[in-house]
Design a protein around this ligand. Structure first.
Ligand code: C2E
Ligand code: MG
Ligand code: MG
Length: 902
C-alpha cells in the first residue's frame, strides 16, 4: 500500500517535471543542439560530395585533355608513318624477292634514318618482312637479326583481314636493352593489297613520361597511360617497374576504364592501398586509355578545412547554446525553487490560518473526497488526525464520526442530509452528545465541490442568553425591565377578551431618594431588592411584575372592576410599606400608585401607560403615600399643562413682562425688633384669559418645558434692580428652582446680574429647596460654596416638607432656614407640628442659623414663634406679596402686624 502510494507520488512528480517549463526548455535546448549537429553534419556531407564531385570532374577534364593530346601525337606519328610507307612503296619494287632485297638495302635504311632524323625526336623506324624478320632499321645498318614474328602488333596486322591500314599500337620490351617502347605499326602491302610486312615506329616512353610530368597536377595525383587491352604505358609519377604490367585483371571493378570512353570512380588503389578518385578517358583513334587519379584526402583538402571550420562553429554554437540553456534552466530552476518555496510557505500559512480558525473547516471535491480538514474540526468532534485523511470519502468521514459517537443521526440519514446541504448550501445547527451547539454552514463551489464550516456556538448562545437576560431583566431585582414589560403587556392586551379587564398599576417609591442619599446607594439597592421581592409576593398570580427603572415599578393585574381591585391594591401598598432591616435598624418606605384599567381607560398600551402615569402624578400631587385611579380630568389637566408650557415658551419670546409676568415682594420682619429686614420676591402671572395663575402651577411647567432658566433670570434681575433702589440695607430673597441651579454657568450669571444691577451680594438671599440638594451632592456643595464666596446668603426653603434630611444641614452651609407654612399653620393645633417647628428652631440655633417662619397669619402664631426663638417672620399677618410701589408705601408707614417687642 505504502509502495503503491510512493509509486503514485513519483509518477505525479515525474509528470509534473515533464510538463514543467524547465523540462520544456531543456528539451528545446537539446533539440536545437541536435539540430545544429545534424545540420552541420548534413552540410559537411553535402560539401564532401560536392568536393569529391568537383575533384572528379577536374580529373575527368585532365584525363580528356591528356587523351586528346596523345591522340594528336599519335595521329602525327600515324601521318608520318603513312608518309613513310608511301615513300617505301614508291621506292621498293613490287616483286617479293626484289622488295625484300631492296628493303634490306642501305637505301631503305637511309630513308628510314633520314625520316627519323627529320623528326628530331628519339625514335626508330623499322621494316619487317612478311615472316617477321627485321629488314631495315633507322638506327643502324645492317639491323640486328631480330624478328617480330611473335609480337602482337605483327600478328595483328598479318592476320587482319581486309585493307585496313590503320596503325596498331603495342607495347614492347627491347630484348637487348630491356627498355619498353610503344610501337606504332602499319602494314606494308603488295600491289594486290596482301600483307607484305610491317613498318614500325618506336615511340620512346620517356617522351610520354615527360609530357605527363609536364602537367601540373596537385600533390598525390597521378596520371597514367594504359593500353586498352591492359598494360601500363607510362605514368607520372613514374613507376618503371610496373611498365608493361596489366592492372586490368587485378582490379575487375575498374573494367569500365578499359571499355568506356570516359569513366570516373572512387576506389582503393592497388598500388598504394589508398582510396583514390579515378577518371579515365580513352583515346579516340588509338587503343590507349588515360587515367588520372587523386587521393581522396587531397580532393577533400578544402572540404576538410571547411568541415573543421564548420565543426568548430558547430561546437561553438553547441557550447554557447548549451551554456545559454544551462543558464536559462538554472534561472528557471531557481525561480521554480523560489516559487515552490513560496508556494510551500503559502500552503503553510494557509494551513496555519485554517487550523487557527475558530471554525472547523472541511473542503470536499466534486467526488465527495475530502481535500482539507482543519484541526479545529477534529477538535470539535474529538476525532483522531490519523484516521481523518485527505482523499477519504464523505461517507467514510461520517462513519468515523459515528464510531466516536459525535454523529447526531445514523450514518445513512446524516449522509443524505449532508449531500443535500452540500448541493443547496445554507445553515443549520446541531447539538452534540455533550450538549454543545454547533452551527454548520454549507457553501457549494462552482466546480461541484463544497466547503463546510462547523462553529461551536455554545458560548455564543450562552452569551446570547445572558444578553437576552440583560436586555430584558433588571439585574438588581430580577424582575422584567421596561422593555420586557412593554412586550408582555402588549401580549396580554392582545390576548384580552372583550369582556375582560386588565389593570396597569404604576408604582413610585416616595422616599427612595432620601434613603439613597442618607444611607447610601447600597441601602438604596437593598430597598429596591426588598420592594421587588415584597411586590412579587403580594402580586402572586399577577401576570406581570416589573421594575421600570429607578424607583418605579409596575404590576399588571386581571380585574373586573375598581372595587375588585381594592384588596389587591391594599395588599400591594401594605407590602410596599413594610419596613426593611438595614444594618440593624428598620428603614421605612412608602409609595404612590397610579392605576389605569384596560378597556375603560384605553385600549392600546400607549394610552394605558400614559394614563397610569397621569394617575400616579395625581397620587403624588395629592400628597403621596396613596393611590389614584385614572380620571379623564387628569388628561384635561395634562392638556392644560401642555397649553401652559406653550404659552410659557411664547412668553420667553415676547418678553415675560409683556406676557403678564410681574414680581411681587412679600416683606420679612425681624421678630425681635419688628423691623422689616427684607422681602421675598414672588412671581405673579396675570394671564390674559385665565386670570392670575399660581407659581405653584406654572413653575413646575416652566421647569418641565425648559423656560425656567430664562424666567428665573428675569425674576433675579428684576428683583435685584428693584431692591437696589430700596432704602436701607433691605435684603431681597429670590427663589431658585432646582433646574435653574443645575444650569451650566449659573454662578457666573448671578455674579453678572449683581454687577449689572449694582446690588451688593450680601443683600441677596437665594432660596433653594431640598430638591436641589438631593441631586448631585458633591457638585451642589461646590456650587453653593462658590455662591457663598461671592458673598450671597443661602436660605434653605420649605424645610420639613421634603426629605427633611438633617444630614443636609451638616453637608451644606446655609445662612437661614425657612420653616414651611404647613407646620406654622398647624402648630397651634398639632403638637407634632409644634415639635417639628421647635426642633427646627433648636437645630438652627445650635448652628447659629437664622430662622424664618413662613405663612404667619395670626398673632398667636407670631407670638408662639417668637417665644420659641424663631428670628424672622413672613406671612399675611405682616403683608402678602405686593408690587414694589405698594411695598414702598408699606415701608414708609409703621408696621401693622409687628409691634416691637421690648
Ligand atoms: P415659597 O417660596 O415658600 O413662598 C411662600 C409662599 O407662601 C408664597 O406663595 C406666599 O404667597 C405664601 N404665603 C406667604 N404668607 C402666607 C400666609 O400667611 N398664608 C398663606 N396661606 N400663604 C402665605 P406663592 O407666592 O403662591 O408661591 C408659591 C411658591 O412658588 C413659592 O413658595 C416658591 O416656591 C414658588 N415661587 C414663587 N415665586 C417664584 C420665583 O420667582 N421663582 C421660583 N423658582 N419659585 C417661585
Ligand atoms: Mg420661597
Ligand atoms: Mg417656602
Amino acid at each position: 500500500m505504502q509502495l503503491l502510494r510512493l509509486g503514485r507520488a513519483l509518477h505525479r512528480q515525474f509528470l509534473a517535471v515533464l510538463t514543467s517549463p524547465i523540462a520544456l526548455v531543456g528539451v528545446t535546448g537539446l533539440a536545437i543542439v541536435i539540430a545544429v549537429l545534424v545540420g552541420a553534419q548534413a552540410i559537411s556531407r553535402d560539401a564532401r560530395e560536392r568536393a569529391l564531385e568537383s575533384a572528379s570532374q577536374r580529373l575527368q577534364n585532365t584525363a580528356a585533355l591528356v587523351a586528346r593530346h596523345l591522340d594528336q601525337q599519335l595521329a602525327d606519328v600515324a601521318a608520318d608513318q603513312a608518309d613513310l610507307r608511301e615513300r617505301l612503296r614508291n621506292s621498293l619494287p613490287e616483286d617479293d624477292d626484289a622488295w625484300r632485297h631492296e628493303a634490306a638495302a642501305f637505301r631503305t635504311h637511309d630513308l628510314l634514318r633520314s625520316k627519323a632524323a627529320w623528326l628530331r625526336v628519339d625514335t626508330e623506324y623499322g621494316v619487317f618482312g612478311s615472316d617477321g624478320t627485321m629488314l631495315a632499321v633507322s638506327s643502324r645498318h645492317p639491323p640486328l637479326p631480330i624478328t617480330a614474328r611473335d609480337r602482337l602488333y605483327f600478328k595483328t596486322l598479318r592476320d587482319r583481314p581486309g585493307a585496313d591500314d590503320s596503325p596498331v599500337i603495342d607495347l614492347v620490351q627491347s630484348p637487348i636493352t630491356g627498355r619498353w617502347f610503344l610501337i606504332s605499326a602499319v602494314p606494308l602491302r603488295r600491289g594486290d593489297g596482301s600483307f607484305r610486312g610491317v613498318l614500325t615506329r618506336r615511340i620512346d616512353l620517356e617522351g610520354v613520361g615527360d609530357f605527363l610530368s609536364s602537367l601540373t597536377l596537385p600533390d598525390g595525383s597521378a596520371v597514367a597511360v594504359h593500353l586498352a587491352r591492359g598494360g601500363l604505358v607510362a605514368r607520372h609519377p613514374a613507376l618503371p617497374h610496373l611498365v608493361g604490367q596489366s592492372l586490368r585483371e587485378r582490379m575487375p571493378d575498374l573494367e569500365p576504364v578499359y571499355t568506356r570512353t570516359s569513366f570516373s570512380t572512387r576506389s582503393t588503389s592497388a598500388l598504394d592501398g589508398r582510396e583514390r578518385l579515378l577518371a579515365s578517358h580513352a583515346l579516340s583513334r588509338f587503343p590507349l586509355v588515360v587515367t588520372v587519379t587523386d587521393k581522396v584526402e587531397t580532393a577533400l583538402g578544402q572540404w576538410t578545412s571547411l568541415t573543421e571550420a564548420l565543426t568548430r562553429g558547430a561546437i561553438a554554437a553547441v557550447v554557447t547554446l548549451s551554456l545559454v540553456f544551462v543558464l536559462v534552466i538554472r534561472l528557471l530552476l531557481r525561480r521554480f525553487r523560489a516559487g515552490a518555496e513560496r508556494l510551500a510557505e503559502e500552503r503553510n500559512r494557509f494551513a496555519r490560518a485554517v487550523n487557527n480558525m475558530d471554525q472547523g473547516l472541511l473542503l470536499f471535491d466534486c467526488d465527495e473526497r475530502l481535500i482539507i480538514c482543519s484541526d479545529r474540526y477534529l477538535q470539535i468532534y474529538g476525532l483522531d488526525r490519523d484516521r481523518i485523511r485527505p482523499g477519504m470519502s464523505l461517507r467514510a468521514l461520517l462513519e468515523e464520526r459515528a464510531a466516536n459517537g459525535s454523529l447526531p443521526h445514523g450514518v445513512d440519514d446524516y449522509y443524505a442530509l449532508s449531500r443535500q446541504a452540500a448541493r443547496r448550501g445554507g445553515r443549520s445547527t446541531t447539538t452534540t452528545g455533550d450538549g454543545r451547539v454547533i452551527r454548520i454552514d454549507n457553501n457549494p463551489l462552482p466546480d461541484g465541490g463544497w466547503v463546510v464550516t462547523h462553529t461551536d456556538i455554545t458560548e455564543q448562545q450562552n452569551q446570547h442568553h445572558a444578553i437576552e437576560q440583560l436586555a430584558h431583566f433588571d439585574q438588581l431585582t430580577g424582575l422584567p425591565n421596561r422593555t420586557l414589560f412593554r412586550q408582555r403587556a402588549e401580549e396580554l392586551l392582545a390576548a384580552l377578551e372583550p369582556e375582560q379587564r386588565l389593570a396597569v398599576v404604576y408604582i413610585d417609591l416616595d422616599e427612595f431618594k432620601a434613603v439613597n442619599d442618607t444611607l447610601g446607594h447600597r441601602a438604596g439597592d437593598a430597598l429596591l431588592v426588598h420592594v421587588g421581592g415584597r411586590l412579587r409576593a403580594a402580586a402572586a398570580g399577577a401576570p406581570l411584575v416589573a421594575r421600570l427603572g429607578g424607583d418605579e415599578f409596575a404590576v399588571v393585574l386581571p380585574c373586573a372592576s375598581r372595587e375588585e381591585l381594592a384588596p389587591v391594591l391594599a395588599r400591594l401598598h401594605e407590602a410596599l410599606r413594610t419596613p426593611f432591616d438595614w444594618a440593624g435598624s428598620p428603614v421605612t418606605s412608602d409609595a404612590s400608585l397610579g392605576i389605569a384599567i384596560a378597556r375603560e381607560d384605553g385600549d392600546d398600551l400607549e394610552t394605558l401607560l400614559s394614563n397610569a402615569d397621569l394617575a400616579l402624578y395625581a397620587a403624588k400631587a395629592a400628597g403621596r403615600h396613596g393611590h389614584c385611579f385614572y380620571d379623564p380630568q387628569m388628561s384635561a389637566a395634562a392638556a392644560l399643562r401642555h397649553a401652559l408650557e406653550t404659552e410659557l415658551r411664547v412668553a420667553r419670546l415676547i418678553g415675560f413682562a409683556e406676557a403678564g409676568f410681574a414680581v411681587h415682594y412679600q416683606p420679612v420682619a425681624d421678630l425681635g425688633s419688628g423691623r422689616i429686614t427684607g422681602c421675598e420676591a414672588l412671581l405673579r402671572w396675570r394671564h390674559p384669559s385665565r386670570g392670575t395663575i399660581s407659581p405653584a402651577e406654572f413653575i413646575p411647567a416652566a421647569e418641565h418645558c425648559g423656560v425656567i432658566g430664562a424666567l428665573g433670570h428675569w425674576v433675579l434681575e428684576t428683583a435685584c434692580r428693584t431692591a437696589a433702589q430700596w432704602p436701607g440695607a433691605l435684603r431681597i430673597a429670590v427663589n431658585m428652582s432646582p433646574t435653574q441651579i443645575a444650569e451650566e454657568g449659573i454662578v457666573a450669571r448671578i455674579g453678572e446680574v449683581l454687577a449689572a444691577t449694582g446690588l451688593p451680594p450680601e443683600r441677596l438671599e437665594l432660596e433653594i429647596t431640598e430638591a436641589v440638594l438631593v441631586r448631585d451632592t458633591h457638585r451642589t456643595a461646590e456650587l453653593l460654596a462658590e455662591l457663598r464666596l461671592l458673598g450671597i446668603h443661602l436660605v434653605l426653603d420649605d424645610f420639613g416638607t421634603g426629605y427633611s434630611s438633617l444630614s443636609y444641614l451638616h453637608q451644606f452651609d446655609f445662612d437661614k432656614i425657612k420653616i414651611d407654612r404647613s407646620f406654622v399653620q398647624q402648630m397651634t393645633q398639632s403638637p407634632a407640628s409644634l415639635a417639628i417647628v421647635q426642633s427646627i428652631i433648636g437645630l438652627a440655633a445650635a448652628r447659629q442659623l437664622r430662622t424664618t417662619a413662613e405663612g404667619i397669619e395670626t398673632e398667636a402664631q407670631r407670638d408662639l414663634l417668637r417665644a420659641l426663638g424663631c428670628t424672622e417672620m413672613q406671612g399675611y399677618l405682616l403683608s402678602p406679596a405686593v408690587p414694589d410701589a405698594a411695598l414702598r408705601l408699606l415701608l414708609a408707614g409703621p408696621s401693622p402686624a409687628l409691634p416691637a417687642v421690648a
